[in-house]
Design a protein around this ligand. Structure first.
Ligand SMILES: Cc1ncc(COP(=O)(O)O)c(C=O)c1O
Length: 405
């Protein structure tokens, strides 16, 4: 029976084996149809409101797909030199914005070749690098911290937590800002959300208005950052659009949003096969050829239990058998999660995790000498294109000189 959950919508009525059975595992698959579905939603928000939406590359930077996304987006957002270069090279002719916690002297001149909007994280960095950015004709911004936490239980993702190093508080702004520095600024940026709905954006925007409304009256743009789960089925797009219009009307600014997740939400899969099944007391352990620690690190870092086709996460309540899925590495905690199966998986079975396009391929690693899974694009006609060819060389070249005498 088909799995009706959004991460598996792209499979329609087909089974994972029917769709992915011919691919070597482990592998990531990026679904072009699902990406286009998201892109159309984001385009509609831009057409409705006149805001501009950028792809935050930290979440999704599989640049083979940038050409598909480009007609729907205003450009890319980067976290530093390399992502700025990637966005500039792979989405040419579109905007390239960059925000970095702190820029380095030796990278800044090159960064200016790629970025058109440069956002600083402190008054000190604005003072140090702002004049060079301005002289190079760049649009200059400052990230502010509205000191408004709207998320619970994810302190690691809360840039508004007390003592945060991200963004300038009003007290820091007042202590360091001078008329000369203020004259460098074209825009303000805030980023405070993570997988949140528009009600939290509204709360945050009210805090921004309260703390920085006077500054915004003199700005050209306001960037709402990322963390807006716009392409999730229950997302309140009407409220998002009214927040955008509020900022446009109140301060006369161009509004930018830079979601990462929303662009590629539910647009990817990680396909794995079962290598072994063992029973230790009450626990049935299923060892896969994919690893949480290496191939989906957010499962451990965030943490969360990723959706698995056909098997809900959690404990069996009566029917079904609970199995613990883990990777083949030596890390005891390399556990993907507990899932309820009709019957325990067997060696060779294909298991497919959903929502695997975001914070995966751009974040994976070769700990334990684990191979990097190859990445495939699934075209809208159902065919596959292999985008990478990882092997031993990718593991080795990150660790030293391959031609040591
Ligand atoms: C400054 C900034 N912009 C955009 C994003 C993208 O956020 P998301 O992928 O949750 O939409 C992040 C994520 O951490 C960020 O730090």
């Amino acid at each position: 029976m088909a799995d009706p959950r959004p991460p598996f919508a792209a499979l329609g009525d087909k089974t994972p084996e029917a769709v992915f059975g011919g691919l070597p595992t482990p592998c990531y698959v990026i679904d072009e149809g699902a990406l286009l579905h998201n892109a159309e939603i984001l385009k509609r928000v831009q057409d409705d409101t006149g805001c501009r939406i950028l792809l935050a590359q930290k979440a999704f930077s599989n640049y083979d797909l940038y050409g598909l996304l480009a007609p729907y987006l205003a450009g890319t957002e980067a976290s530093g030199l390399f992502e700025a270069r990637l966005g500039c090279e792979e989405m040419p002719g579109k905007e390239t914005h960059v925000f970095c916690g702190a820029y380095r002297d030796e990278e800044f001149p090159e960064l200016l070749e790629y970025a058109d909007h440069v956002v600083f994280n402190s008054v000190g960095q604005l003072k140090k690098f702002g004049p060079a950015a301005k002289n190079a004709g760049k649009s200059v911004g400052l990230r502010v911290n509205p000191e408004c936490s709207t998320q619970e239980g994810h302190a690691i993702y809360d840039p508004c937590a007390p003592g945060s190093r991200l963004g300038v508080t009003r007290a820091q702004f007042d202590a360091g800002m001078t008329p000369d520095l203020l004259s460098l600024l074209d825009g303000l940026h805030f980023h405070t959300l993570c997988e949140q709905n528009a009600d939290d954006l509204k709360t945050t925007l009210d805090a921004v208005a309260d703390r920085f409304g006077d500054v915004l009256s003199g700005m050209k743009w306001l960037n709402f950052g990322g963390g807006h789960h716009i392409t999730r089925p229950d997302y309140d797009i009407g409220l998002l659009e009214s927040c955008i219009r509020f900022a446009q009307n109140e301060w006369g600014v161009t509004v930018y949003l830079e979601p990462g997740e929303a662009v590629a939400l539910n647009a990817g899969f990680l396909c794995a096969r079962v290598l072994d099944v063992t029973v230790n007391g009450q626990v049935t352990n299923v060892i896969l050829d994919a690893s949480a620690a290496c191939h989906m690190p957010d499962v451990i870092e965030m943490p969360y239990v990723p959706p698995l086709y056909g098997a809900p996460a959690g404990e069996s309540a009566g029917s079904g058998v609970t199995c613990r899925l883990g990777g083949p590495t030596c890390l005891a905690g390399d556990v993907i999660g507990d899932y309820v199966f009709d019957k325990p998986p067997r060696e060779g079975d294909l298991l497919v995790f959903g929502d695997m396009a975001i914070y995966t391929t751009c974040k994976n690693n070769t700990f334990n000498g684990m191979p990097l899974p190859d990445i495939y694009a699934r075209k809208t006609d159902g065919g596959f294109v292999k985008l990478t060819a990882f092997g031993y060389g990718d593991f080795k070249q990150r660790l030293g000189s391959p031609k040591r005498p």
